[in-house]
Design a protein around this ligand. Structure first.
Ligand code: FE2
Length: 378
C-alpha cells in the first residue's frame, strides 16, 4: 500500500517562519516564488480533478433546448446549443476535464453557416430524422443514434432537411456536440474562420465517405493516398454499430468493466477517429452489471438505449435514454443495466488518445468488495 503523506522525506515540508514570509514577499515583487510553498499542490500524488460526476437529465433539458428555437435564430447564434457545464469548470466551458459537450437544436428546414476551428468536434444524434452535415464538402445524412465526426480545421455546416408540418423527415433535430475546446484553449492553440462563401459547395455524392470506407475490413482503392490524422470515415450509423455489438456478444463476454464495448475507429489504422478524442458504443446485456475500474482521462456518456445505473466515484447515477453524465479522470466507475429482459447501450467519448500519445495512460481495476464501490448515500 502506498503511503501518501506530505510530511514525508521527498515531499515539500517547510514550516513557514517570519523570515520566510519576508523572503516570499521579496520574490513575489519580482514575479517569482518559492516552489516548495506550492509543490505538493501542483504535483499531487494522483489526479485531483476539479470536475465532479454530474448527470444532465434529457427530460429536464429537452424543453429548454426546444425553447431556444423561437428565442434565437441559428444565424445569430452561429450554433444554437445548450452547453453542459461542470459546476467548477464554467470558467473554461468544460463538461468534464478539458472536454465540452452540448445539445444542439435545428428546426425543420434550417441550415447553419459554414466555419472551421482548431477544436475537433463529434456529433451523436438524439432525435430527429432530417439532420445533415457537410464536412470538407462531403455531405452526410445522420439519424438517431448515429455518430459523426468533424475533425479539427475541417469546414463544416449543418442543417435539418425536415419540412415544417410536412411528411417525414420532419420535426426538430437535437444532437449532442462533443468538442475538445477546453483542451485547445488550455494549450493556447485556438483558431477560427468563417467560410469565405458562407456555405460550402457539396463535392461528390451524399454519404461518400460511408460508401468508400464504411465496409470496415475492406480497404478501398485510393486508401494509400489518405495521410490525414483523422479517420476518412466521417459517419458511423447506428444499425451496423448495434449489429456489431450483438454479434460480438454471441462470441465473447466482452469487458468485465464495460460489457460489450467497441471503439469507433479509423478503418485505415484501427486507431481513434481523431487525434484528441475517441468514442465508444457499449452494450450491457439484460441484467448485466459490471465491475468498477478507472482510467487517466475524462469521459462523457450518453444513454443511447434503455436505462440503467452507473456508480461514479461512489455516486449513484440513474440514467435513461438521452441522459448525459460524466466521469472525471481517475474516478472509479461501473455500470448496470436496469432491465432483466432488454439490453441497454451507452455512447461515450473521451480524451484517451491524448493520454496515450503523451504517455499518461493508466488503468486500474477496483481492488476490493468484489469489484464494486461503496455507494455514498444521497
Ligand atoms: Fe463548428
Amino acid at each position: 500500500m502506498t503511503t501518501y503523506s506530505d510530511d514525508m522525506l521527498g515531499r515539500a515540508r517547510v514550516r513557514d517562519t517570519a523570515d520566510l514570509e519576508a523572503y516570499y514577499a521579496k520574490l513575489a515583487a519580482l514575479e517569482a516564488g518559492a516552489l516548495w510553498t506550492i509543490a505538493n499542490k501542483i504535483e499531487p500524488w494522483y489526479p485531483q480533478p476539479q470536475s465532479r460526476p454530474v448527470k444532465w437529465s434529457y427530460a429536464d433539458l429537452r424543453p429548454l433546448v426546444l425553447e431556444a428555437l423561437r428565442l434565437v435564430s441559428g444565424d445569430d447564434a452561429g450554433r444554437r446549443v445548450v452547453a453542459l457545464y461542470n459546476p467548477e469548470r464554467r470558467d473554461i466551458a468544460a463538461t468534464v476535464g478539458l472536454l465540452y459537450t452540448g445539445l444542439q437544436v435545428m428546426g425543420p428546414g434550417e441550415s447553419m453557416t459554414a466555419h472551421r476551428h482548431q477544436a475537433a468536434a463529434l456529433r451523436f444524434v438524439l432525435e430527429g430524422t432530417g439532420a445533415w452535415t457537410i464536412v470538407d464538402g462531403q455531405k452526410l445524412k445522420v439519424g438517431p443514434r448515429d455518430f459523426a465526426i468533424t475533425p479539427n480545421w475541417t469546414w463544416h455546416e449543418h442543417g435539418n432537411e425536415g419540412i415544417e408540418g410536412g411528411p417525414d423527415p420532419a420535426g426538430p433535430v437535437i444532437w449532442q456536440d462533443g468538442l475538445d475546446i477546453p483542451l485547445v484553449n488550455a494549450l493556447d492553440a485556438p483558431f477560427y474562420e468563417v467560410h469565405p462563401d458562407v456555405y460550402q459547395k457539396q463535392v461528390g455524392v451524399t454519404n461518400s465517405s460511408l460508401y468508400t470506407y464504411g465496409a470496415g475490413q475492406l480497404r478501398p482503392f485510393g486508401a494509400d493516398t489518405w495521410h490525414k490524422s483523422h479517420s476518412p470515415l466521417l459517419a458511423y450509423p447506428w444499425e451496423p454499430t448495434y449489429e456489431a455489438l450483438l454479434n460480438a456478444a454471441k462470441a465473447s463476454d466482452g469487458s468485465p468493466y464495460d460489457g460489450i464495448i467497441m471503439e469507433y475507429s479509423n478503418p485505415l489504422t484501427g486507431g481513434s477517429v481523431m487525434p484528441t478524442m475517441s468514442a465508444h458504443m457499449q452494450l450491457l446485456r439484460a441484467g448485466e452489471s459490471t465491475s468498477a475500474h478507472r482510467q487517466v482521462g475524462s469521459k462523457i456518456y450518453t444513454a443511447a438505449k434503455g436505462s440503467g445505473t452507473s456508480i461514479v466515484a461512489g455516486q449513484r447515477i440513474d440514467w435513461t435514454e438521452g441522459d448525459i453524465f460524466c466521469v472525471p479522470s481517475w474516478a472509479w466507475h461501473e455500470h448496470a443495466n436496469a432491465s432483466t429482459s432488454d439490453d441497454a447501450c451507452l455512447f461515450s467519448f473521451n480524451d484517451f488518445p491524448v493520454m496515450r500519445a503523451l504517455g499518461f495512460w493508466r488503468e486500474e481495476a477496483y481492488p476490493d468488495n468484489d469489484g464494486h464501490q461503496p455507494v455514498t448515500p444521497n
